[in-house]
Design a protein around this ligand. Structure first.
Ligand SMILES: Nc1nc2c(ncn2[C@@H]2O[C@H](COP(=O)(O)OP(=O)(O)OP(=O)(O)O)[C@@H](O)[C@H]2O)c(=O)[nH]1
Ligand SMILES: [Mg+2]
Length: 453
């Protein structure tokens, strides 16, 4: 990890300014070799300097250079940032010169990886850096900010502190059973402590569902027979003519996507090809896609035509979505009613009537979605939730093990036999914020970062 790395940290393209970042032992020396204007070896930390990047006698660009000496930097190493004019050619040339003068090109996420390995941030905080870059909504940004700030890590640290207390209680008992003034830890004393811990984990996991909704949004697919008005709904929600709408059945053949927000939560809307038996090869592929998207959705908006009777294949499709979150939308209520709602055998609460061409029912649909996913209850001002799949799955595993311990204690399993188990859960919890970690996990995680971060 001693080599000096560099990368273009701003997005590749044309802009007013680009930043090329350098981090490592030789950062200042290397930049000094290609910088003309001042000797950077002696400058104060956290200062900015005007000058030129040169390739021997040739001036490459007029720049500003920030010098930040360790340890108060992002990576905790010496960091130099070169602000160039934001074009592709000057930025690439500066990078090229750095590489020629002793830097190595950073891997994606390597600056953040160094920040983690050097102990400046933990794993949850590192993951949040990427979430911050990816964030599209205010709620996503706030949640990432809280995680970068260590608030999410605190949730895990508190659990671990509780566990340390339990472990030390047990140890005192085992090591000094003769001490009178030490509370004797029996199964009866231990069970409520374990139950309390279990409940804390359950609460964090429950709330993490909100975190996932904020982070990933709700994958919503519009499904139904051809010509019922699926693409019209997408367009109405997006308030633009994104999908083609005609009165010809089979208009939509591939998926059409768009995003809306309800209560600050992102909904990824997917309009699909109408499902029917068809001899048209392209349409058939579209229908296959619709069925696949239906399986993967967090929410299915299943649309029917008020003006058509319910066929057998509609009933089969509704049967397929019964175990998922879904709403039945009956569109075209401006036309004569031929549909028999009772035949659907679904909770009337899950049925919404619409007339999209008259803008009727769309607000009710939005309210219903809000209600279904409890969007009103999601804390938006200060969201501190566990939100990534990795941490949630580790915590779920720990919960299962805590439940086993609780059961064993109730069945009078001796405490000293349980102590090791508790210790190993404590270690496993530590992998969430990286107190213990495996190299492979780090490689996998930081690979997903963008270059220069
Ligand atoms: N009367 C009436 N017509 C509607 C309504 N909503 C949509 N339509 C019409 O129904 C026809 C089909 O609409 P689309 O949105 O293309 O239907 P679709 O479900 O996407 O159809 P496919 O892409 O073929 O599966 C168009 O002519 C729309 O103008 C409505 O509320 N009332
Ligand atoms: Mg369509």
């Amino acid at each position: 990890m001693n080599d000096t790395i560099c990368a273009i940290s701003t997005s590749q393209g044309i802009g007013a300014i680009s930043i090329v970042r350098v981090s490592g032992e030789e950062a200042i020396d290397i930049v000094n070799k290609i910088f003309k204007g001042k000797n950077l070896s002696n400058v104060e930390t956290h200062t900015i300097h005007y000058g030129h990047i040169v390739d021997q006698d040739e001036v490459i660009d007029e720049v500003l250079v920030s010098v930040m000496r360790k340890p108060r930097t992002f990576t905790t190493e010496d960091v130099v940032e070169i602000n160039t004019h934001g074009g592709i050619a000057p930025t690439n040339k500066v990078l090229e010169l750095l590489l020629e003068n002793g830097c190595r090109l950073a891997e994606p996420g390597e600056f953040t990886k160094r920040a983690f390995l050097n102990g400046r941030i933990d794993l949850l905080e590192a993951e949040a850096v990427m979430d911050m870059i990816d964030s599209k909504t205010e709620a996503q940004r706030k949640m990432a900010a809280n995680q970068i700030d260590g608030k999410t890590s605190n949730l895990i640290n508190e659990l671990r502190t509780d566990m340390v207390q339990i472990i030390s209680n047990i140890n005192v008992n085992i090591d000094y059973p003769e001490y009178d003034d030490v509370e004797e830890i029996t199964n009866e004393v231990l069970i409520p402590k374990i139950t309390k811990l279990k409940n804390k984990i359950i609460k964090i996991l429950k709330e993490s569902e909100n975190g996932k909704i904020i982070k990933e949004g709700i994958k919503t697919s519009i499904i139904g027979k051809p010509n019922v008005g699926k693409s019209s709904l997408l367009n109405a929600l997006l308030q633009e003519d994104k999908a083609i709408v005609t009165n010809i059945a089979g208009t939509t053949r591939d998926i059409v996507e768009g995003q809306i927000t309800i209560n600050g939560i992102l909904l990824n809307m997917i309009d699909t090809a109408g499902i029917r038996e068809t001899n048209d090869m392209i349409e058939a592929i579209g229908v296959e896609k619709s069925l696949k998207i239906m399986e993967e959705a967090d929410l299915i908006l299943f649309m029917l035509n008020n003006n058509e009777e319910i066929s057998e294949d509609i009933m089969e499709l509704i049967d397929r979505i019964k175990d998922k979150k879904y709403l039945i939308l009956i569109n075209k209520i401006d036309l004569e009613t031929k549909i028999d709602k009772k035949k659907l055998k679904v909770d009337p609460n899950q049925i919404i009537e619409l007339s999209i061409i008259n803008d009727k029912g769309i607000d009710t649909l939005k309210e219903k979605i809000q209600e279904m996913f409890n969007l009103n209850e999601i804390e938006m001002k200060d969201p501190t939730y566990l939100s990534n799949t990795r941490s949630i799955s580790i915590l779920k595993k720990c919960l299962k093990r805590i439940e086993d311990i609780e059961k064993a204690l109730k069945e009078n399993m001796p405490i000293d036999m349980i102590e090791l188990d508790i210790k190993s859960i404590w270690e496993e919890l530590g992998t969430i914020n990286g107190t213990t970690y495996e190299e492979e996990l780090l490689d996998e995680m930081f690979k997903r970062f963008c270059l220069g971060k």
